[in-house]
Design a protein around this ligand. Structure first.
Ligand SMILES: NC(=O)c1ccc[n+]([C@@H]2O[C@H](COP(=O)([O-])OP(=O)(O)OC[C@H]3O[C@@H](n4cnc5c(N)ncnc54)[C@H](OP(=O)(O)O)[C@@H]3O)[C@@H](O)[C@H]2O)c1
Length: 265
């Protein structure tokens, strides 16, 4: 009981930017469905302003509903992440600082283990999953640098990544996601202040994850938010360099006294 009260008492210590009066702003790609839509809704429910980028705003009904409910917190933009000219134009259109630049848009591509993979398929999957996060980050880097939290978030996966022998099939997808995490680590090393993290969102019941996933999109979004909140309080050199699995992430409860950790939740 007392332990829980202490946790509650000190939990705010690690989230000062979140509880400050200055509004936070997130930019998220692929926000019209799945994890992107759920994360948009979660961030808005926490009072964070969201610039939501989607390929086809006119057919983004659920996102449009969120805007009707709270127009102050949501702005919808058209963007195909494979289109560098579109990315550049949008980076000129959006002038506000971006606290969280979230690379969420992604595709699976061919999944079979024996099918031939065309160069075109590889290019399509890498353009979307690997190159787009890098190109977007380049064009929006100054927006991130001007913000309070200066964080770039890459939604990647731990599925068949790191140990390629353990999973069959999904070859372009796994290769593209592993390389996107690699590029994000390079980006992280290039700027002393901008923080770049790679997240695995869990196995989620979306079009991509299928009906047997372990989490609903909202559950995944809750866990992603928890990680964002916790990591935003940590010094850059204390951030996890590998892919953070949001389903097993343990939040460190910090003590106001230096050197003392109260526990883990
Ligand atoms: N679901 C899982 O279990 C799982 C596990 C690990 C990682 N992830 C990652 O989580 C992210 C979201 O996945 P999800 O499960 O929510 O998938 P999803 O339901 O299939 O949604 C994918 C989103 O990406 C967008 N997108 C695809 N290509 C795009 C492009 N060229 N330009 C702009 N937007 C594009 C889609 O927009 P359209 O509607 O226009 O196609 C859609 O909004 C992906 O990066 C995925 O790799 C998912």
């Amino acid at each position: 009981m007392m332990y829980k009260s202490m946790l509650r008492l000190f939990s705010h210590v690690s989230s000062s930017a979140f509880s400050s009066n200055l509004p936070l702003h997130a930019f998220i790609t692929g926000a019209n469905r799945g994890i992107g839509l759920a994360l948009t809704e979660k961030l808005m429910s926490e009072g964070i302003r969201v610039s939501a980028a989607v390929r086809d705003p006119e057919h983004s009904g659920e996102l449009q509903d969120l805007r009707i409910k709270n127009a102050d917190l949501l702005c919808i933009h058209q963007l195909d992440v494979r289109n560098e000219a579109g990315i550049k134009n949008l980076s000129l259109e959006i002038t506000d600082p971006i606290d969280f630049l979230i690379h969420n848009a992604g595709i699976l591509g061919p999944i079979g283990k024996e099918e031939e993979i065309s160069l075109e398929s590889f290019e399509e999957v890498f353009r979307t999953n690997t190159f787009a996060p890098w190109i977007l980050s380049q064009h929006f880097l100054n927006h991130v640098r001007k913000s309070q939290l200066q964080t770039i978030v890459n939604i990647t996966t731990n599925f068949g990544v790191g140990k390629p022998e353990e999973v069959e099939g999904f070859i372009p997808y796994r290769a593209s996601k592993e390389n996107s995490a690699f590029l994000m680590r390079i980006l992280n090393s290039m700027d002393p202040h901008v923080r770049v993290i790679n997240l695995h969102p869990g196995w989620v019941r979306t079009n991509m994850g299928g009906p047997h996933g372990e989490l609903t999109p909202s559950e995944s979004a809750e866990k992603i938010y928890r990680v964002l909140k916790d990591t935003s309080s940590k010094p850059k050199d204390k951030l996890e360099k590998g892919i953070i699995d949001v389903t097993t992430y343990r939040e460190r409860v910090s003590s106001p006294l230096p050197g003392i950790t109260l526990g883990w939740i």
